[in-house]
Design a protein around this ligand. Structure first.
Ligand code: C2E
Ligand code: MG
Ligand code: MG
Ligand code: MG
Length: 277
Protein backbone atom coordinates (compact mmCIF):
# COMPACT_ATOMS: atom_id res chain seq x y z
CA UNK A 1 0.00 0.00 0.00
CA UNK A 2 0.97 3.61 -0.31
CA UNK A 3 1.21 3.91 3.44
CA UNK A 4 3.64 0.98 3.72
CA UNK A 5 5.78 2.27 0.93
CA UNK A 6 5.97 5.59 2.67
CA UNK A 7 7.06 3.99 5.92
CA UNK A 8 9.70 1.88 4.17
CA UNK A 9 11.16 4.93 2.48
CA UNK A 10 11.23 6.78 5.77
CA UNK A 11 13.13 3.88 7.31
CA UNK A 12 15.69 3.85 4.53
CA UNK A 13 16.11 7.56 4.88
CA UNK A 14 16.53 7.30 8.64
CA UNK A 15 19.05 4.50 8.28
CA UNK A 16 21.13 6.61 5.88
CA UNK A 17 20.97 9.58 8.23
CA UNK A 18 21.91 7.34 11.13
CA UNK A 19 25.00 6.06 9.27
CA UNK A 20 26.08 9.61 8.47
CA UNK A 21 25.70 10.72 12.07
CA UNK A 22 27.58 7.65 13.33
CA UNK A 23 30.38 8.29 10.87
CA UNK A 24 30.62 11.95 11.91
CA UNK A 25 30.76 10.89 15.54
CA UNK A 26 33.50 8.34 14.78
CA UNK A 27 35.54 10.98 12.95
CA UNK A 28 35.30 13.46 15.82
CA UNK A 29 36.04 10.82 18.47
CA UNK A 30 39.01 9.31 16.70
CA UNK A 31 40.78 12.14 14.91
CA UNK A 32 43.09 13.00 17.81
CA UNK A 33 44.20 9.41 18.36
CA UNK A 34 44.60 8.97 14.63
CA UNK A 35 46.98 11.94 14.50
CA UNK A 36 48.97 10.66 17.49
CA UNK A 37 49.22 7.13 16.05
CA UNK A 38 50.14 8.53 12.65
CA UNK A 39 47.20 6.85 10.95
CA UNK A 40 46.95 10.27 9.36
CA UNK A 41 49.63 10.93 6.78
CA UNK A 42 50.33 13.04 3.77
CA UNK A 43 50.53 11.97 0.17
CA UNK A 44 52.00 14.35 -2.40
CA UNK A 45 50.73 14.93 -5.92
CA UNK A 46 53.37 16.42 -8.22
CA UNK A 47 52.71 19.44 -10.44
CA UNK A 48 54.26 19.61 -13.89
CA UNK A 49 55.62 22.15 -16.30
CA UNK A 50 54.19 20.65 -19.50
CA UNK A 51 56.22 22.92 -21.73
CA UNK A 52 59.58 21.78 -20.34
CA UNK A 53 58.54 18.36 -19.05
CA UNK A 54 59.60 18.87 -15.45
CA UNK A 55 58.19 18.59 -11.96
CA UNK A 56 57.77 22.06 -10.47
CA UNK A 57 56.65 20.98 -7.01
CA UNK A 58 53.77 19.20 -5.33
CA UNK A 59 50.61 19.41 -3.28
CA UNK A 60 50.27 17.79 0.14
CA UNK A 61 46.98 15.87 0.40
CA UNK A 62 46.01 14.30 3.68
CA UNK A 63 45.10 10.59 3.99
CA UNK A 64 43.50 8.67 6.85
CA UNK A 65 44.44 5.00 6.90
CA UNK A 66 41.96 3.76 9.47
CA UNK A 67 42.95 0.41 11.07
CA UNK A 68 39.31 -0.78 10.92
CA UNK A 69 37.60 1.19 8.14
CA UNK A 70 40.48 1.35 5.67
CA UNK A 71 41.27 4.48 3.66
CA UNK A 72 38.95 7.39 4.46
CA UNK A 73 38.87 10.16 1.87
CA UNK A 74 39.57 13.76 2.94
CA UNK A 75 36.36 14.73 1.13
CA UNK A 76 34.59 12.75 3.87
CA UNK A 77 36.42 13.80 7.04
CA UNK A 78 37.59 17.36 6.22
CA UNK A 79 34.03 18.77 6.01
CA UNK A 80 33.17 17.11 9.35
CA UNK A 81 36.24 18.59 11.04
CA UNK A 82 35.52 21.99 9.50
CA UNK A 83 31.96 21.93 10.77
CA UNK A 84 33.08 21.08 14.29
CA UNK A 85 36.10 23.35 14.52
CA UNK A 86 38.56 20.46 14.79
CA UNK A 87 40.20 21.12 11.43
CA UNK A 88 42.99 23.30 12.80
CA UNK A 89 44.47 20.37 14.74
CA UNK A 90 44.64 18.34 11.57
CA UNK A 91 46.03 21.26 9.61
CA UNK A 92 48.81 21.86 12.15
CA UNK A 93 49.84 18.24 11.72
CA UNK A 94 49.73 18.35 7.91
CA UNK A 95 51.74 21.58 7.80
CA UNK A 96 54.38 20.17 10.16
CA UNK A 97 54.72 16.98 8.08
CA UNK A 98 54.97 19.03 4.89
CA UNK A 99 57.76 21.20 6.31
CA UNK A 100 59.60 18.09 7.49
CA UNK A 101 59.43 16.76 3.94
CA UNK A 102 60.58 20.07 2.46
CA UNK A 103 63.54 20.02 4.86
CA UNK A 104 64.41 16.50 3.75
CA UNK A 105 64.27 17.56 0.09
CA UNK A 106 66.45 20.56 0.84
CA UNK A 107 69.04 18.31 2.48
CA UNK A 108 69.06 16.23 -0.70
CA UNK A 109 69.42 19.36 -2.85
CA UNK A 110 66.15 18.79 -4.67
CA UNK A 111 63.92 21.27 -2.93
CA UNK A 112 60.82 22.34 -4.86
CA UNK A 113 57.83 24.09 -3.28
CA UNK A 114 54.94 22.04 -1.91
CA UNK A 115 51.50 23.52 -1.35
CA UNK A 116 49.18 22.93 1.57
CA UNK A 117 45.42 23.44 1.57
CA UNK A 118 44.23 26.11 4.02
CA UNK A 119 40.68 25.80 5.37
CA UNK A 120 38.56 28.88 6.01
CA UNK A 121 38.66 28.52 9.82
CA UNK A 122 42.40 29.21 9.82
CA UNK A 123 41.79 32.78 8.70
CA UNK A 124 40.03 33.47 12.00
CA UNK A 125 42.95 32.15 14.04
CA UNK A 126 45.15 34.64 15.79
CA UNK A 127 48.34 35.31 13.90
CA UNK A 128 48.02 32.73 11.13
CA UNK A 129 50.81 34.49 9.17
CA UNK A 130 53.20 34.44 12.14
CA UNK A 131 52.33 30.85 12.91
CA UNK A 132 53.29 29.81 9.38
CA UNK A 133 56.39 31.99 9.40
CA UNK A 134 57.59 30.40 12.67
CA UNK A 135 56.94 26.98 11.18
CA UNK A 136 59.05 27.52 8.06
CA UNK A 137 61.83 29.09 10.11
CA UNK A 138 61.81 26.16 12.51
CA UNK A 139 62.81 23.96 9.55
CA UNK A 140 65.20 26.55 8.12
CA UNK A 141 63.02 27.06 5.09
CA UNK A 142 61.81 30.20 3.29
CA UNK A 143 58.13 31.24 3.08
CA UNK A 144 58.27 30.77 -0.70
CA UNK A 145 59.02 27.03 -0.20
CA UNK A 146 55.55 26.51 1.28
CA UNK A 147 52.78 27.42 -1.16
CA UNK A 148 49.30 28.04 0.20
CA UNK A 149 46.16 26.82 -1.60
CA UNK A 150 42.99 28.67 -0.74
CA UNK A 151 39.84 27.42 -2.36
CA UNK A 152 37.82 29.88 -4.41
CA UNK A 153 34.80 29.78 -2.08
CA UNK A 154 36.94 31.07 0.81
CA UNK A 155 37.63 34.19 -1.24
CA UNK A 156 33.96 34.83 -1.83
CA UNK A 157 32.69 35.34 1.74
CA UNK A 158 33.81 37.70 4.52
CA UNK A 159 36.13 39.23 1.97
CA UNK A 160 37.55 41.98 4.14
CA UNK A 161 38.99 39.65 6.79
CA UNK A 162 40.10 37.01 4.30
CA UNK A 163 41.84 39.44 1.94
CA UNK A 164 43.73 41.21 4.71
CA UNK A 165 45.14 37.94 6.05
CA UNK A 166 46.10 36.78 2.55
CA UNK A 167 47.81 40.09 1.83
CA UNK A 168 49.78 39.80 5.05
CA UNK A 169 50.88 36.29 4.03
CA UNK A 170 52.00 37.61 0.64
CA UNK A 171 54.00 40.39 2.26
CA UNK A 172 55.85 37.77 4.30
CA UNK A 173 56.75 35.96 1.06
CA UNK A 174 54.21 33.14 0.97
CA UNK A 175 52.92 32.25 -2.49
CA UNK A 176 49.12 32.12 -2.76
CA UNK A 177 47.21 29.76 -5.05
CA UNK A 178 43.49 30.14 -5.68
CA UNK A 179 42.24 26.53 -5.71
CA UNK A 180 39.28 25.23 -7.72
CA UNK A 181 39.07 28.42 -9.77
CA UNK A 182 35.91 28.46 -11.86
CA UNK A 183 33.88 26.17 -9.61
CA UNK A 184 31.84 29.04 -8.14
CA UNK A 185 29.60 31.72 -9.54
CA UNK A 186 31.63 34.91 -9.54
CA UNK A 187 35.07 33.61 -10.44
CA UNK A 188 35.93 36.08 -13.16
CA UNK A 189 34.92 39.23 -11.33
CA UNK A 190 36.91 38.04 -8.34
CA UNK A 191 40.16 38.24 -10.32
CA UNK A 192 39.74 42.00 -10.49
CA UNK A 193 41.19 42.54 -7.02
CA UNK A 194 41.69 39.23 -5.22
CA UNK A 195 45.13 38.71 -3.67
CA UNK A 196 46.51 35.72 -5.58
CA UNK A 197 49.74 34.65 -7.30
CA UNK A 198 48.75 31.43 -9.04
CA UNK A 199 45.38 30.18 -10.28
CA UNK A 200 44.47 26.49 -10.17
CA UNK A 201 41.81 25.93 -12.79
CA UNK A 202 39.10 23.60 -11.49
CA UNK A 203 39.03 20.14 -13.03
CA UNK A 204 35.36 20.61 -13.83
CA UNK A 205 36.39 22.36 -17.05
CA UNK A 206 38.06 19.20 -18.33
CA UNK A 207 35.03 17.02 -17.67
CA UNK A 208 34.61 14.57 -20.51
CA UNK A 209 30.84 14.51 -20.09
CA UNK A 210 30.25 18.14 -20.99
CA UNK A 211 30.25 19.83 -24.33
CA UNK A 212 33.99 19.69 -25.01
CA UNK A 213 33.97 22.48 -27.53
CA UNK A 214 32.54 24.94 -25.07
CA UNK A 215 34.67 23.79 -22.13
CA UNK A 216 37.82 23.99 -24.22
CA UNK A 217 36.95 27.48 -25.45
CA UNK A 218 36.55 28.60 -21.83
CA UNK A 219 39.87 27.05 -20.81
CA UNK A 220 41.62 28.80 -23.67
CA UNK A 221 40.09 32.16 -22.71
CA UNK A 222 41.17 31.74 -19.08
CA UNK A 223 44.70 30.74 -20.09
CA UNK A 224 44.94 33.89 -22.24
CA UNK A 225 43.56 35.97 -19.39
CA UNK A 226 46.12 34.56 -16.97
CA UNK A 227 48.92 35.79 -19.25
CA UNK A 228 47.31 39.21 -19.55
CA UNK A 229 46.95 39.47 -15.77
CA UNK A 230 50.48 38.15 -15.26
CA UNK A 231 49.27 35.25 -13.11
CA UNK A 232 50.59 31.70 -13.36
CA UNK A 233 47.98 29.04 -14.02
CA UNK A 234 47.90 25.34 -13.17
CA UNK A 235 45.24 23.16 -14.79
CA UNK A 236 43.96 20.52 -12.34
CA UNK A 237 42.56 17.08 -13.02
CA UNK A 238 44.36 16.32 -16.28
CA UNK A 239 43.71 12.65 -17.06
CA UNK A 240 44.29 12.02 -20.77
CA UNK A 241 46.88 12.43 -23.49
CA UNK A 242 44.33 14.40 -25.55
CA UNK A 243 43.88 16.92 -22.75
CA UNK A 244 47.65 17.39 -22.48
CA UNK A 245 47.93 17.91 -26.24
CA UNK A 246 45.17 20.52 -26.12
CA UNK A 247 46.79 22.33 -23.18
CA UNK A 248 50.13 22.38 -24.97
CA UNK A 249 48.47 23.72 -28.10
CA UNK A 250 47.00 26.69 -26.24
CA UNK A 251 50.28 27.26 -24.34
CA UNK A 252 49.02 26.40 -20.89
CA UNK A 253 52.25 25.88 -18.97
CA UNK A 254 51.43 23.98 -15.78
CA UNK A 255 49.25 20.97 -15.02
CA UNK A 256 48.44 18.41 -12.37
CA UNK A 257 46.39 15.24 -12.59
CA UNK A 258 46.22 11.47 -12.78
CA UNK A 259 47.71 11.49 -16.30
CA UNK A 260 51.02 12.61 -14.78
CA UNK A 261 50.71 11.09 -11.33
CA UNK A 262 48.20 10.32 -8.62
CA UNK A 263 49.02 11.57 -5.12
CA UNK A 264 51.88 9.30 -3.95
CA UNK A 265 53.45 8.39 -0.59
CA UNK A 266 56.22 10.71 0.60
CA UNK A 267 59.06 8.36 -0.26
CA UNK A 268 57.83 7.97 -3.84
CA UNK A 269 57.58 11.74 -4.16
CA UNK A 270 61.18 12.11 -2.96
CA UNK A 271 62.27 9.66 -5.67
CA UNK A 272 60.38 11.63 -8.33
CA UNK A 273 62.17 14.81 -7.23
CA UNK A 274 65.56 13.08 -7.28
CA UNK A 275 64.91 11.78 -10.82
CA UNK A 276 63.75 15.23 -11.91
CA UNK A 277 67.27 16.63 -12.06
P1 C2E B 1 41.84 19.80 -3.88
O1 C2E B 1 42.78 20.58 -3.03
O2 C2E B 1 41.19 20.52 -5.02
O3 C2E B 1 42.67 18.54 -4.36
C1 C2E B 1 42.45 17.88 -5.58
C2 C2E B 1 41.75 16.58 -5.41
O4 C2E B 1 41.53 16.01 -6.71
C3 C2E B 1 42.52 15.53 -4.64
O5 C2E B 1 41.58 14.68 -4.01
C4 C2E B 1 43.24 14.76 -5.75
O6 C2E B 1 43.60 13.47 -5.38
C5 C2E B 1 42.18 14.77 -6.82
N1 C2E B 1 42.75 14.66 -8.17
C6 C2E B 1 43.97 15.06 -8.59
N2 C2E B 1 44.14 14.81 -9.89
C7 C2E B 1 42.99 14.25 -10.32
C8 C2E B 1 42.55 13.77 -11.61
O7 C2E B 1 43.26 13.81 -12.62
N3 C2E B 1 41.30 13.26 -11.67
C9 C2E B 1 40.49 13.19 -10.58
N4 C2E B 1 39.27 12.66 -10.73
N5 C2E B 1 40.86 13.64 -9.37
C10 C2E B 1 42.10 14.16 -9.23
P2 C2E B 1 41.71 14.36 -2.46
O8 C2E B 1 43.13 14.10 -2.11
O9 C2E B 1 40.69 13.32 -2.18
O10 C2E B 1 41.31 15.73 -1.76
C11 C2E B 1 40.02 16.25 -1.87
C12 C2E B 1 39.93 17.62 -1.25
O11 C2E B 1 40.12 17.55 0.17
C13 C2E B 1 41.02 18.59 -1.73
O12 C2E B 1 40.67 19.17 -2.96
C14 C2E B 1 41.05 19.59 -0.59
O13 C2E B 1 40.02 20.55 -0.73
C15 C2E B 1 40.76 18.72 0.62
N6 C2E B 1 42.03 18.40 1.30
C16 C2E B 1 42.90 17.40 1.02
N7 C2E B 1 43.94 17.42 1.88
C17 C2E B 1 43.75 18.48 2.73
C18 C2E B 1 44.46 19.02 3.87
O14 C2E B 1 45.54 18.57 4.25
N8 C2E B 1 43.90 20.10 4.49
C19 C2E B 1 42.73 20.65 4.10
N9 C2E B 1 42.27 21.70 4.77
N10 C2E B 1 42.04 20.17 3.04
C20 C2E B 1 42.52 19.09 2.36
MG1 MG C 1 44.23 21.87 -3.45
MG1 MG D 1 42.04 21.80 -6.37
MG1 MG E 1 39.21 20.44 -5.91
Amino acid sequence: SIKNRYINQAEVYNEEQRQIILQEQMIMDEIQTAILQEDILIYVQPKYDIENNMIIGGEALVRWLHPKHGLISPSVFIPVLEKNGLITQLDDFVWEKTCQLLRELKNMHCLLPISINISRLNFYRNHLPLLLLDLVHKYELQPQDLHLEITESVYSKDTEVIYSVIEELQQLGFVILMDDFGSGYSSLSMLKDAPVDIIKLDMGFLSLKDDMKRSYAIIEAIVDLSYTLDLSLIVEGVETKEQVAFLQKIHAQYAQGYYFSKPVPVKDYINLCLENH
